[in-house]
Design a protein. Structure first.
Length: 90
């Protein structure tokens, strides 16, 4: 097939190291490199395995909730750090 021929470019021993990505490999790399949270990975998995339109819509809603959670988290962290500063230096 085409991938086999491309992988053999440059000779048998000095050929390019090309292979087909494993299932979920890019998602795993994104998670390991901090580009996706576990919540986002699970939402993506739900989206990819959805069978019905309702499941797809629900998975999309779950994925879009990440920004709201991150915003809330940021506000809580900022509030806590402000409270600690007031306690320490108040």
């Amino acid at each position: 097939d085409e991938l086999s021929r491309i992988g053999r470019l440059g000779g048998e021993e000095g050929g390019l190291m090309i292979r087909q990505a494993e299932r979920g490999e890019f998602t795993l790399r994104a998670f390991e490199n901090g580009k996706l949270s576990l919540y986002e990975v699970e939402a993506l998995g739900s989206l990819l395995t959805s069978d019905t339109e309702m499941q797809r819509v629900q998975a999309l809603r779950a994925g879009s909730g990440v920004e709201r959670l991150e915003d809330w988290r940021g506000r809580v962290v900022k509030g806590l750090s402000h409270s600690e500063a007031v306690i320490d230096f108040g």
